[in-house]
Ligand binder design. Structure first.
Ligand code: ATP
Ligand code: MN
Length: 153
């Protein structure tokens, strides 16, 4: 039932707690793990043109080294966590509105389970859920497992 598991990650500690769960599930079910980092088009403080968006999607960041480092660090943490578990990891970086990209990716890759953190980089824990997770839950009809790092001891 679980052949393709998606772990969207912003590289935060909270997301990395979810990564550990996703790796364990993928190992248990023999599933492929998709690590997805979304460059938030609204958060970047300079306008990205269509050409840049296309390039980043193809993994070519050019002079945008800071963005690339963030993306590589986030998806690389998934690959590192999976390394000892004999789990195949596909690292993917895309650009857009994170919840939109995550839900679209889940549909296009026939993802059976999305595993994500309750919160992320912004670190504001007042809200029950971060806005990306809340929007993914509202957008997709696929199973989503939300990991609250505060319950992880
Ligand atoms: P907010 O962004 O609403 O201020 P937050 O940063 O605490 O709050 P979210 O952004 O919703 O919370 O993060 C929750 C989870 O969503 C993360 O743990 C991660 O799994 C996923 N996520 C968030 N941003 C991205 C992103 N840019 N790319 C991929 N996954 C993301
Ligand atoms: Mn966030």
């Amino acid at each position: 039932m679980y052949e393709n598991i998606l772990i969207p990650t912003d590289g935060s500690d909270t997301a990395n707690v979810a990564v550990a769960h996703a790796v364990d599930l993928a190992a248990t079910y023999g599933a492929r793990l998709h690590a997805l980092y979304v460059v938030d088009i609204d958060a970047v403080n300079f306008g990205l043109g269509t050409e840049q968006v296309d390039r980043i999607t193809q993994g070519n960041f050019g002079e945008m080294t800071e963005l690339q480092e963030k993306a590589d660090k986030a998806t690389g943490a998934v690959a590192a966590a999976a390394a000892d578990h004999d789990v195949e990891v596909h690292e993917e970086v895309r650009v857009g509105a994170p919840h939109d990209v995550i839900a679209g990716y889940a549909d296009s890759k026939d993802i059976d389970l999305v595993v994500m953190g309750s919160h992320g980089r912004s670190g504001v824990k007042r809200a029950l859920l971060g806005s990306v997770t809340e929007r993914v839950l509202r957008t997709t009809h696929r199973p989503v497992l939300v990991i609250d790092e505060r319950g992880d001891d």
